[in-house]
Design a protein around this ligand. Sequence first.
Ligand code: FEO
Length: 396
Amino acid sequence: MRAIPVSDGIHWVGAIDWNLRDFHGYETPRGTTYNAYLVAGTDKIALVDTVKAPFVGELLSRVAEVVDPALVDVIVVNHVEPDHNSGLPAVMAAMPKARVVASTAGVRGVADYHDGLVVEPVGADDSIDLGGRTLRFLPVSMVHWPDSMFTYCPEVTTLMPNDAFGQHMASAQRFADEVGVDLALEELGIYYANILMGLSTPVAKAVAKIGEVGWAPTVVAPSHGVIWRGDALGRAIEAYGSWTSNTMRDKVVVAYATMWGSTDELASRIADGIAAEGVEVSLHDLAVSPIATITHELLDAKGLLLGSPTLHRAMLFRVAGYLQWLAGLKPSGRMGGAFGSYGWSGGAVEQIGARMTEIGFQMIGSPYTQKFRPTADDLAAAFEWGRGFARAVKGA
Ligand code: FEO
């Protein structure tokens, strides 16, 4: 297993999980990586982050390409979520002389996950001198958990921000400019939308803090996916700025579930109405499109329309499930609407509207609903309903 140079004195020694297809309940069709970095000074060697437990052997074989793992002096735990921290006990066993450091919340988190591990707290005032290479620390609560921390090596201006700037993407290449910057940015957006959207305020604060403490990274090496440098880094920072500031455009996402095709027909005509107003539209059947894709589309959209027929006096489970996903991500400042067909008892669109209001959507107008198979008049009315929503979006 090859260790890959990142900066002078820093190697990537992480693991590639080609087969991961679900993370936190959302789809990851490209797999992921668990990145760890070996920082070698003239006096000491540090490992920044570990990996998910089944991948410890892969990490250790990469470390061994650079140095005997038993000679590692320091292990930095930037984040205690198990994708990074479940391998810690086995890594510590292979690095018996290493002191282990984490943020204060990280020390508590390691104790909650593992019995009997000794971990020292570090904070923004601390640094570890490795001899010509220094590690500095920045606790960044809620990027992604309370324990999250950034680690920085000033001599080679390399930031290791764990989940921040990560993407779930397995690849043999380690840099964004090697896999293709557009692809890396797309995966960056999918990750941000589905993991960090609801944490935009702490993410924005953490990114601002990097400059405030005088760090000026030229390489940003996250814990998932590829590493950012050069022009690609500038584009990733620009994208983060847009997402943390909740920048949206005239765009509507239409997502729906259908039983016998009526709600599907309505959705298509509603989308036609939106497009007729010159507003971008992105249409998704929840039985077909991954929720990760739909949520990524919502990241820069001003509006969301959700559709469901009524079954057992309620919305279909896929719509309820998607609303639950959104409730966790807390999209803010967006307009919403509900539509769908029914047979003898309605109820779904009212439920959707109530749940969207709870989540924070500003509901526009009345829901659009019709009985059984939509007639030509129903479809014409759905088209106009879509146009009306699009006009509200344009006027916002
Ligand atoms: Fe990659 Fe929050 O763990």
